[in-house]
Write a protein that binds this ligand. Structure first.
Ligand code: AKB
Length: 316
């Protein structure tokens, strides 16, 4: 039986991952933590919840020790656009939080997971079918954090024998908790605005391709990787995964199949556009497929149908 500490539990991934982990391993086995407490949130009310600032190493250790956790899932981080606006805060939070979480895992001998991102790649990375092992010279603070994080997790594995595992997530799309401060957030906003206004103005330009994935596939990937036989893992930090490579007009066309009057226009934000252009168009997930059986169940059309159904139930 696992006892799992989750940081950033009220964020985009955490809000749904905690629910899934509680269903799978038992509500009391998943200790959700976040820097804020929203008392009407299901994550806060469906099992143990503790307030935690991940830059506070002692507080993190005390919570982990008191619940006798054996697994740490460290999600708390600033996303790419916010990190670019506040680079020093991003370094302190993203790297400080990560090293604290790794230290907790080392001292308590826990299994460890933290997400990396397509942001760990940069402008001189091969853009199409980006290999698992390739050039990683990102030009954003978020990317610098993600590459450093991948290396640090590998270091803890080699140096201390810690069971560290990670995934390079593409843009994640979900109808539950909104993302905040990411470059790929447009791919979530477009569904909300389609339903609310029948129109969306994209801050990412036409023809800009990035990898994307529906949240249920991302959550399943985390569980599958954490359950994977360690003897089969050649890589650890972190695996390329993707479900689709798409540009704004592809989302527009998929939405139009359900809402023929939907209109998509563009007003490009130069900061987020530059970040997007420094990232791959499409990444190669074959290492994840070979080493732990990764597969995505949702393509763009299946995801769009589900997003529109679930979101309209939520909004109206
Ligand atoms: C972001 O846009 O910052 C994130 C990511 C791809 O890591 N969604």
């Amino acid at each position: 039986m696992k006892t799992i500490l989750v940081t950033g539990a009220l964020g985009q991934i955490g809000s749904e991952l905690v629910t899934k982990l509680r269903a799978e391993y038992g509500a009391d086995q998943v200790i959700a933590t976040d820097i804020q407490k929203k008392s009407d949130n299901d994550v806060v009310n469906s099992g143990p919840f503790e307030l935690l600032d991940v830059t506070d190493a002692k507080a993190m250790f005390a919570i982990a020790q008191s619940y006798k956790v054996d697994t740490v899932i460290h999600l708390a981080a600033l996303l790419s656009a916010t990190a670019e606006a506040k680079p020093l805060l991003a370094w302190n939070l993203n790297m400080g939080g990560l090293v604290n979480a790794l230290e907790v895992a080392r001292e308590l001998q826990c299994q460890f997971f933290t997400p990396s991102s397509i942001g760990a790649f940069g402008p001189n990375t091969p853009k199409d079918n980006t290999p698992q092992d390739t050039i990683q010279r990102p030009t954003t603070m978020y990317g610098v954090n993600k590459v450093s994080g991948e290396l640090l997790c590998d270091y803890y594995h080699h140096k201390f024998g810690l069971d560290t595992r990670g995934i390079r997530f593409p843009g994640l799309i979900s109808y539950v908790a909104p993302p905040g401060g990411g470059t790929t957030d447009y791919a979530v906003e477009i569904y909300y605005e389609a339903l609310k206004k029948g129109a969306y103005t994209s801050y990412i330009g036409e023809g800009t391709y990035m990898d994307m994935m529906y949240m249920p596939d991302a959550l399943q990937a985390i569980v599958d990787l954490m359950e994977a036989d360690p003897s089969k893992l050649i890589h650890r930090n972190a695996f390329n995964v993707t479900a689709m490579s798409a540009a704004p007009e592809d989302f527009g066309a998929a939405i139009k199949k359900h809402m023929p009057d939907f209109t998509l226009t563009y007003q490009v934000d130069p900061v987020r556009q530059a970040i997007a252009e420094s990232w791959p168009n499409s990444i190669d997930p074959s290492a994840a497929q070979a080493e732990w059986g990764f597969r995505a169940a949702y393509d763009l059309d299946r995801m769009t149908k589900d997003m529109l159904e679930k979101l309209s139930g939520k909004l109206f």
